[in-house]
Every structure is written in C-alpha cells, then in structure tokens.
Design a protein around this ligand. Structure first.
Ligand code: NAP
Ligand code: GLV
Length: 330
C-alpha cells in the first residue's frame, strides 16, 4: 500500500518517529540543533503530504505553494505564530498544535524565572563563581520579596491559570487581564480582573501568557513599561515580540523596572550583540519553557498523532483551523 510522505524538521524524542514510520514514508532532518535551511525545506516539501514543524520553521505562502500535495502541518508547540494559518486554510491544509500537555512544565519555568529575577539567583551564581564572595554581608545581593505580593497575569488561558495557581503557595494576590473575563478563575483562584494598564501599575510581578497575534505584538511597549513599579519584575514565557525588546532594554538599564526573566526573544537565538546580554538585572533562558523530558516526548507524540489522523482521513485531536477539515471524519 502507498505510504504518504512526511517530512519531519528535527529528530523527535519518545515514540513519535516510530508511530509515524508505521504508516508513512518519513524523512527526518537529522540535525537536532540546527533547523533545515530554507532552501532544503522548500525542496523537501515538494512531495510531502505531512509536515512536522517546530517554532523555528516559517510556514508561509511561499512554502505552501512549494508543497502542492501537503495536507497537514503539525506544529510541535502550542503557539503557531510561525504558521500562516489563513494561507493554509485557503489551500485546505490542516494546521495542528500541542496544547495542554506542556502547560504545567511551562508554568514551572515562568516561576523559575520569576524567582530567579526577584532574588538575583543567576547574578549570585556569577558572583560566586567569579570568586567575589568575601564575607556574609547584610546588603549583599538584596532582592525583592515574593511571598504575599501581587502577581499580574496577562493572558489567563491554560498556562496563565497554571502560573496563577502556583501563586497560592506564596499567598499572593492575583490580578489578571484577558479580553474575556473568566468567572470560574475568579472564583477558583480569587483572581481579580483589571484592564492591562491598571494591572501593570498595581502588580509586583507581571507574567505574560498571550499568544503572539497582530493584537499582542508589542503589547508591552515603552509607555506600558513606564506604568510599572520601579520594583516590579516582568516575566515573558509567551513570545518575544509581545514585548518591545528595545524599550525593555531601556527600562532595565534605566531602572524603570527592577528586573526581567525572559525565555523568549524578538530574534531567536538571541544575537551575540544583544544589549540584554550585558545587563545584570535580567535572567535569560533559550526558549526552554516546555523543555522537560516527559513533556517534550509527549508533545512530539501528539504531533505525530495529529499528523497521522489527517493523513488517514480522520479529524486530528488538536486542529487550529477546523474550517480546513472538510470531510474528515470525527
Ligand atoms: P491559551 O490557553 O490560548 O491562552 C492564551 C490566553 O491569552 C487566553 O486566555 C486569551 O484570552 C489571552 N489573550 C489573547 N489575546 C489577548 C490580548 N490581546 N490581551 C489579553 N489577553 C489575550 O494558550 P496557552 O496554552 O496558555 O499558551 C499561551 C502562549 O504561550 C502560546 O501561544 C505560546 O506562544 C506561549 N508558549 C511558550 C512556551 C515556551 O516554551 N516559552 C511554551 C508554551 C507556550 P482571551 O481570548 O479571552 O483574551
Ligand atoms: C513553545 O514555545 C510553544 O508554543 O509550545
């Protein structure tokens, strides 16, 4: 029986590749660290019916036009701002993602960055390794308290809620903003809705959890950073472009805010001349929000399941453009 061709943009952890290979002719880009160059990808998709992508792959009109047989783009991520979903839908290509399974792991990382930025953990590590620790000091590396303070969640979706839930352990007051109010969250977590500008002025810790869309690009810019407290910490595990990074550098340098913890950047990987690299009051991570052994394996398996479902004429578990499903069976 003819097997559909699937191109996979990176080696996948767990059982994902075995699942795909049972039913498809699978080609895998072999380098686990460097994505396939654009020209390689454009050539590779010519015969592909399925494409398994990471956040590093730009799936746009040009790529879709080069892939006339393509039926499914299965993104190994919950965010899909790397995919032109409208263009895929126009061509009847189903786009899928990997929600839920990475929620708790990403929330953990947001908290790791929040605590590290508030208590200067990365800076303290650099200080200790450099042999600069002379004696216990009353004013050595002082930071911000977390317990009992106010957390502001921007984007109270799956990950925003998981981050807010953890705030209970720190007896924090929780404020949130989303376009739609969520009474269940208000009841369950005692969270209070605020307009974004009010949340920024009131919160001691602001954590971002919106998708990157036209509406959220540079949601946190110069004016909004100016509204935050000089003692506030900004955490971004959403997407780099939700924050105007140039304005953030200024805010950190001029101390409009106390510190930031960042997992995502406007340009990834972070360029070696990025001014963020020379600032002590920012904790940096290389987009590792969902990077636990279990979660990454599960994400890859979900992506394989989504891809296989579409290629065998079934509705995939996680479509982001259900309007492209056409006659696929439930
Ligand atoms: P989700 O459940 O869809 O939550 C997103 C939330 O953002 C929704 O509650 C939505 O509520 C809100 N929102 C959307 N537009 C908004 C706006 N303009 N202003 C305020 N709130 C807005 O998604 P999720 O699973 O939590 O994931 C969120 C994002 O995290 C992903 O899209 C991805 O970019 C990022 N992420 C990053 C990592 C990482 O490795 N760092 C890992 C996983 C996810 P309303 O529609 O009511 O506004
Ligand atoms: C990672 O960034 C994701 O969106 O899953």
């Amino acid at each position: 029986m003819r097997q559909p061709a699937v191109y996979v943009c990176r080696p996948l952890p767990g059982r994902a590749l075995d699942l795909l290979r049972e039913r498809c002719a699978v080609h895998v880009w072999p380098d686990p660290e460097i994505p396939p160059p654009r020209e390689v990808l454009l050539e590779a998709v010519r015969e592909a019916e399925g494409l398994v992508t990471l956040v590093t792959e730009r799936v746009d009109e040009t790529l879709l036009a080069a892939a006339p047989r393509l039926r499914v783009v299965s993104n190994v991520a919950v965010g899909y701002d790397n995919v032109d979903v409208a263009a895929a839908t126009r061509r009847g290509v189903v786009v899928t993602n990997t929600p839920d399974v990475l929620t708790e792991t990403t929330a953990d990382l947001a908290w790791a960055l929040l605590l590290a930025a508030a208590r200067r953990v990365a800076e303290a590590d650099r200080f200790t390794r450099a042999g600069r620790w002379k004696a216990w000091g009353l004013e050595l590396l002082l930071g911000q308290d977390v317990y009992g303070r106010t957390l502001g969640v921007v984007g109270m979706g799956r990950i925003g809620r998981a981050v807010a839930r953890r705030a209970g352990g720190f007896r924090m007051r929780v404020l949130y903003t989303s376009r739609t109010r969520c009474e269940e969250v208000e009841r369950e977590l005692g969270a209070e809705w605020r307009a974004l500008d009010d949340l920024l002025a009131e919160a001691d810790f602001v954590t971002l959890h919106t998708p990157l869309t036209q509406e959220t690009r540079h949601l946190i810019g110069r004016e909004r950073l100016r509204r935050m407290k000089p003692t506030a910490v900004l955490v971004n595990t959403a997407r780099g472009a939700v924050v105007d990074e140039q304005a953030l550098v200024e805010a950190l340098r001029e101390r409009w805010i106390w510190a930031a913890g960042l997992d995502v950047f406007e340009q990834e990987p972070l360029p070696p001349d990025s001014p963020l690299l020379s600032l002590d009051n920012v904790v940096l991570a290389p987009h590792i929000g969902s990077a636990s052994f279990t979660t990454r394996a599960r994400m890859a398996e979900m992506a394989a399941e989504n891809c296989l479902a579409v290629l065998s004429g079934r509705r995939p578990p996680n479509p982001v453009n259900p309007e492209a499903l056409g006659g696929l069976l439930p």
